[in-house]
Design a protein around this ligand. Sequence first.
Ligand code: OAD
Length: 246
Amino acid sequence: MKLEDIPQAFARARRVAVITGAGVSAESGVPTFRGEEGLWRNFRAEELATPAAFARDPQLVWDWYDWRRGICAKAEPNSAHLTIAAMEQHYPEFLLITQNVDGLHNRAGSKKIAEIHGNIWKARCTKCSSKFEIPETPLTEMPRCPDCKSLARPHIVWFGESYDVDLLESVLQFLSRTELVLVAGTSGMVPMPVYLTQHAMQAGAHAVDVNLEDSQLTPVVDASLRGKAGDVLPDLWRKVQSQATA
Ligand code: OAD
């Protein structure tokens, strides 16, 4: 697919998937994981985002997540989140698959959303696995299960943990019949976005990635749009809508 054909492809499509990563929230002030200002530059993942880290020092892990929750609480959805929410309204079949846990897609109005890495505003009981919302930040104490009172953990997929099998299966099913995949703001260093895009393309989809720079997606997709997601997505969407009404 040539760059100039992308708006027309999105104007014609009826089944569209969007896959997002941390870059989509960067313009809202939420730090990404990799790159110069990335969280993994300043924090060691194995001390904060693994089951072993939580077993060793749950208070440290909760403190770190609560610090990040404070940043997310102050952030507002940006024009990339809002464009993706508008896309959902437009297409008869649509799915947003996000690695982001910040909740900004929900706040922008997205409803058909698979949060494959979990959500920073939810906790999960370490004993009975019950999930519950934890909207308050800062937390005054580590969250406990409302049902069995056991210690709860952040509802996040940590390093060394498996994805939710049922959620992943429903995502793969959608991608098997999608016409277009738009991937935005992910490095692909955690390779799931690459696998998901390849899965959709093997089933016949075309794919476009949006990023400031080349990523692990670049050799996989049909075409790449370079720039900030908050500029590129609204710009693309304006072109799609003018094609649709032409
Ligand atoms: P990364 O931090 O690995 O990558 C962010 C990507 O966004 C990079 O490729 C940047 O070039 C790009 N980017 C930055 N600002 C952008 C902007 N304004 N517009 C467009 N692109 C921009 O984040 P992810 O790929 O999402 O997992 O990371 C995947 C997972 O690794 C995360 O979900 C997290 C982390 O470990 C967990 O915490 C479970």
